[in-house]
Design a protein around this ligand. Sequence first.
Ligand code: ACO
Length: 328
Amino acid sequence: MNDTRIGLLGLGAYVPEKVMTNAEWSRLVDTSDEWIVARTGIHRRRFAAEDENTADLAVHAARAALDDAGLEPEALDEIIVATDTPEVYSPDTASFVQHRLGARQIPTYDLGGSGCAGFLQAVDVARSRAREADRHILVIGVEVLSRLMNLTDRSTCVLFGDGAGAVIVGPGDHAAEILASVTGTDGSRTDILGIEAGGTRTPFSAENSPDGRMDVTMHGQTVFKQAVRHMSAASLKALERAGLSRDDVDLVVPHQANLRIINAVGKALRVPLEKVFVNVQEYGNTGSASVPLALAQAHEQGRIQDGDVVLLTSFGAGFHWGSVVVRF
Ligand code: ACO
């Protein structure tokens, strides 16, 4: 392994134009703006247009990240796409992205099934792969949840939105250096959060997937507690690995699941809430896209300055979790 500084060379994001408000949801299912805002902090989310699919969103975010890094697609050595809502069942979304971007015939793969934690797991993998051979790796988090989720289940449908975020991980003195990363999995909790239909245990049927849509199984309160516990523990471990303390953190960019979880993570970390980036009110929970979308927006809004220490953290089905410390 060499000592080259590996970091984020560029950031990009994309959200579809269509806005879906809480008021619109309240006309479709038995819910209200008050309930959704009080329990989640979400006011609106974006839904992909009918002719927009996962690879479209991913390519928009990828192009923005390449532009930000000042790189052409030919410079890429690898592509990883984190998503639970792929373009097609097989092959992977990353193959579509490679072709559409005009990248070389480089290795590409999807990291699927990790729910909202997929992007940071992918960054963790990309960091070691980049360090091994000075590779430039495009890492994308993308979801089109609106296309597949059960639109009649009020306990889940109001939570989610569509979007994409991307980073280029690679070597460079001007990179926002990845100082440390921690990921983990508790595979004993697979029944708490997930999608059953479509696998070999429960293939799709007219009963479990009407209109090709799928039920999300979610024990909300357990997910809430586990999310706070694992995001805060992984974050403290990542800071320790980086030789830093919570006082060194300039901005936390947590998974945007809901405002109460975000605030609880800030509190558990004892980081003031003004140092915690929040955009869940605008986009809802965009799964794997949530952290890279929030990171790109925080940067664009001037919330991150040179030298700042930024803590990224996420949690999702599996359970999986991850925290990454970056110095810009
Ligand atoms: N509108 C109105 N009422 C609703 C809705 C809705 N959209 N959804 C559920 N309810 C009702 C329930 O039916 C229940 O009614 P009842 O008391 O008559 O039975 C009542 O609201 C309370 O339901 P709970 O599930 O107990 O509500 P809770 O306070 O736990 O809030 C929530 C639910 C928001 C999902 C919460 O548990 C939570 O935030 N959990 C975290 C889960 C999460 O963020 N998941 C995202 C995916 S995973 C991830 O990203 C980490």
